[in-house]
Design a protein around this ligand. Structure first.
Ligand code: AMP
Length: 195
């Protein structure tokens, strides 16, 4: 039983936290495009230098840059049992690119997790995170931009995955433990009880 998963949700929905819990449980890598970019910025690599200004403004990094990074990452050896993509795809072009990449690899998606949380809760959570982590894109301006891009460009992508009957809807406003329990139950139901 493979676990080839996507997790989608706005900034502050708890995506990153849940991605790590699921990855540990299923023994699959959590592939976060935001984390890969941040590591490259910290290491001052060429990729990091290309991505930095977009990220700090809360804008999306161009599709070609992001997609070639994901293409390389999902082809690595540790994805035999599956993977959990966090933060990709975010645009329609990325959805189409991912379909092509996974088709080439013969590794279609098994499920898409949609975490929903209302906007007031998101803004409160991110303000708290800004105080703790000091992320350069947790400023009020960049955050507004990121939430707007999510609502306009990324949330509608779920329709594509709904048409393919892949979506598992989860209420992300609960505690992390409650969300985790809800997710495992929902994935078990979708992928089979011994998943
Ligand atoms: P995240 O940690 O997922 O919120 O990502 C942080 C930032 O990295 C985003 O605001 C974008 O600037 C950039 N980024 C991450 N994933 C993508 C993606 N799939 N496409 C374009 N830009 C991305």
């Amino acid at each position: 039983m493979t676990h080839r998963l996507l997790i989608m949700g706005p900034q502050g929905s708890g995506k990153g936290t849940q991605a790590k819990l699921l990855a540990d449980r299923y023994g699959i890598p959590a592939i976060s495009t935001g984390d890969i970019f941040r590591a490259n910025i910290a290491g001052d690599t060429e990729l990091g230098r290309r991505a930095k200004t977009y990220i700090e403004a809360g804008e999306l990094v161009p599709d070609e840059v992001t997609t070639s990074m994901v293409r390389d990452r999902v082809a690595e050896d540790d994805t035999t049992e599956g993977f959990l993509l966090d933060g990709y795809p975010r645009t329609r072009a990325q959805v189409d690119a991912l379909e092509a990449i996974l088709q080439d690899l013969g590794k279609p998606l098994d499920a898409v997790i949609a975490l929903s949380v209302n906007r007031n809760v998101l803004v409160e959570r991110i303000k708290r995170r800004a105080g703790i982590e000091g992320r350069s894109d947790d400023t009020p301006e960049a955050l507004d931009r990121r939430l707007a891009i999510y609502a306009q460009e990324t949330a509608p992508l779920l329709d594509f995955y709904r048409e393919h009957d892949l979506v598992v809807d989860i209420d992300g406003s609960q505690t992390p433990q409650e969300v985790d329990a809800a997710l495992v139950a929902a994935l078990d139901a979708k992928l089979g009880a011994d998943a």
